[in-house]
Design a protein around this ligand. Structure first.
Ligand SMILES: C[S@@+](CC[C@H](N)C(=O)[O-])C[C@H]1O[C@@H](n2cnc3c(N)ncnc32)[C@H](O)[C@@H]1O
Length: 320
């Protein structure tokens, strides 16, 4: 996996990324300008564009539940992520798209609230695993001193940073991007980027685990545990992956093959039962419950929901 492209600062100096780490858009900094046009995001990275597309649609509604100011710009800057997917029309594919869109909106609100609550309860470090084209660093209100790390594949950041830079995006926290493949060794790169494992951290794995095999997901969550001080928090989406009817429908639809072929099953276990013996106190929420609180209806039958976990005092890492 290559590193992101070279970056050119506003002063014209070329900055290479060391070990996949780029200091990105810290408050008050000039930002970075790509030395060439951003390449389109392809493969699993393209799923980030699909998520941005749905956030752009929600942001344009008069009754929107959130406003992502850069989502439409990401969409405008790239060709459609999955070219072979036909126009949804009003058939089965349209129903599926509506279900995914509703789930994505609920998910965005859930993770927004989770992060706001985690930092207000004392986490001053935030790690977005598979951040994709997430713009929470820019759109949420962060307490002073919050350090936020975004992790994703290099090609996603090549595209993302170019678009953000063009729009003069200015984060409300200390933002650092870390280009890594989360299937391989990533904790040392995160630590080199300035992550401190003795500080309580709010972790998210939003829209990621499904793209990993059980072994990859378990390894990733084990690493997260090892990097988590007592009081750290973790949130991810959980679906009974084999039985969630929306995902099953998507798998059976030829038009969705490009996307569904990338799903590897994720943890594919009772996530709470997996986490609890590994030092996490777990709380689960149904997606439909979160949707109802937001005043939105989930179309069709959708199982699954979200899981938040807090690192036990006895398991958490402490300062040496
Ligand atoms: C569906 S998107 C979700 C992005 C973002 N969390 C959101 O909700 O908008 C999935 C993301 O996972 C990232 N991803 C998948 N496999 C990865 C891996 N092995 N290492 C790093 N990132 C990965 C993709 O690049 C993509 O950005």
């Amino acid at each position: 996996m290559g590193l992101p492209a070279h970056f050119e600062s506003a002063s014209g100096a070329v900055h290479r990324c060391r070990n996949g780490v780029v200091d990105a858009l810290r408050p008050g900094c000039q930002g970075w300008v790509m030395s060439q046009d951003p390449a389109a995001v392809e493969g699993v990275g393209a799923t980030a564009l699909g998520a941005a597309m749905m956030r752009a649609q929600e942001s344009s509604r008069s009754d929107r539940l959130f406003d992502d100011p850069y989502a439409a710009s990401f969409v405008a800057a790239a060709p459609p992520p999955f070219e072979d997917v036909p126009d949804a029309g009003d058939g089965e594919l349209a129903a599926l798209e509506a279900a995914f869109r509703a789930a994505m909106v609920v998910r965005t609100c859930f993770f927004d609230e989770y992060l706001v609550s985690a930092v207000s309860s004392g986490c001053r470090q935030v790690v977005l695993l598979a951040a994709g084209l997430d713009t929470r660093a820019f759109r949420l209100a962060w307490p002073q001193g919050t350090r936020l790390f975004e992790l994703d594949l290099p090609e996603v950041f090549t595209f993302k940073e170019a678009v953000l830079s063009r729009h003069g995006a200015d984060p409300g926290c200390e933002r650092t991007i870390v280009a890594v493949d989360l299937r391989h060794e990533w904790p040392s790169t995160l630590r080199e980027a300035g992550f401190d494992p003795t500080v309580p951290t709010a972790w998210t794995a939003e829209g990621l685990l499904a793209y990993l095999t059980h072994e990859e997901a378990a390894r990733l969550l084990t690493d997260v545990g090892e990097l988590s001080a007592a009081g750290s928090q973790l949130a991810f989406e959980q679906s009974s992956f084999a039985s969630d009817s929306v995902l099953d429908d998507a798998r059976n639809l030829q038009a969705m093959e490009q996307v569904s072929s990338m799903w590897k099953g994720g943890l594919n276990a009772d996530a709470a039962a997996w986490l609890e013996p590994r030092g996490w106190e777990v709380h689960a929420l149904e997606r439909s419950e979160v949707a109802a609180k937001l005043g939105r209806h989930m179309p069709g039958e959708s199982a699954g929901g979200f899981l938040t976990a807090t690192r036990d005092a006895s398991s958490g890492r402490t300062a040496p």
